[in-house]
Design a protein around this ligand. Structure first.
Ligand SMILES: Nc1ncnc2c1ncn2[C@@H]1O[C@H](COP(=O)(O)OP(=O)(O)OP(=O)(O)O)[C@@H](O)[C@H]1O
Ligand SMILES: [Mg+2]
Length: 246
């Protein structure tokens, strides 16, 4: 069995029969508010604080300032982890507002004419080397629609990204916002380009709404097949079996 990278999310590693296969590139697909960013930050924060595995967070959507603030409520102090050299933060957000980021002309900011996937990947690799990252989270690729009108160019960028992330040998989570509850990704190719797919959903059951998480595929390991219940609490998320439908 391949070596595993534990997410540290209670219940998820058990469902993955030990964790994500080390070095794989995994799509985290779900609609708005389904918990993609929380999952990715929990993966990085646990890596840095429990498993001695530094990580790189690449913000391509929400600004880093907002991510740092939102994750503090769960006890994950990204700023502190960054100061300790356990996490590197790459801000490629189209709404960049972090005054600590000094924007050089070559800094890849989505939506700008001079943005290229190559420049973003070279910055990501520089940060992976700097902190010796074993984990990477890209949040999210949905904003590539701001860069290219043309689906062909987006797919080409994605292919480059997946190839290049694989070479880093870090375990990588890549978020994408799926436009409908049942679709995987939004550019048609993500599901087969990546080594694994996790689907996150919000569902109505009578008068209550529940969150679910499902392992769609995971090359190199067996895993639980059934949708699982996801609960977001004070310390982040946890996964357990779905209660039987009444
Ligand atoms: N402290 C908390 N306790 C419980 N639930 C919370 C808490 N903080 C946030 N949430 C829930 O998590 C959701 C946000 O999760 P997250 O940011 O991970 O979603 P996302 O899938 O990344 O969304 P988007 O596509 O908008 O980026 C909120 O909409 C809210 O329902
Ligand atoms: Mg998000």
């Amino acid at each position: 069995m391949a070596e595993k990278t534990k997410s540290g999310v209670p219940g998820l590693d058990e469902a993955l029969h030990g964790g994500f296969p080390k070095g794989s590139v995994i799509l985290i697909s779900g609609g708005p508010g389904t918990g993609k960013s929380i999952l990715m930050n929990q993966f990085l924060a646990n890596g840095a604080s429990q498993f001695k595995e530094p990580g790189v967070l690449v913000s391509m959507e929400e600004t880093l300032t907002s991510t740092i603030r939102n994750m503090k409520q769960f006890g994950w102090d990204l700023q502190e982890l960054m100061d300790k050299g356990l996490i590197a933060l790459v801000d490629a957000s189209p709404m960049i507002q972090n005054e600590r980021v000094v924007l050089k002309p070559e800094h890849p900011v989505l939506g700008r004419e001079e943005f290229t996937m190559e420049s973003l990947l070279s910055l990501i690799h520089r940060e992976i080397r700097r902190v010796k990252a074993k984990r990477v989270a890209i949040d999210s690729i949905s904003t590539l629609t701001l860069q290219h009108k043309d689906l062909f160019r987006i797919r080409h960028d994605l292919l480059n990204m997946v190839r290049s992330l694989r070479m880093s040998q870090a375990t990588c989570l890549v978020a994408v916002e799926s436009p409908t509850g049942d679709s995987i990704g939004r550019f048609d190719v993500e599901g087969f380009l990546m080594d694994g797919v996790i689907m996150m959903k919000l569902m109505s059951q009578g008068t209550v709404r529940i969150r679910t998480i499902e392992i769609g595929k995971m090359r190199g390991t067996s895993h639980q097949m059934n949708p699982l219940l996801l609960i977001i609490g004070e310390k982040g998320m946890q996964v357990s079996d779905l209660p039987p439908i009444q």
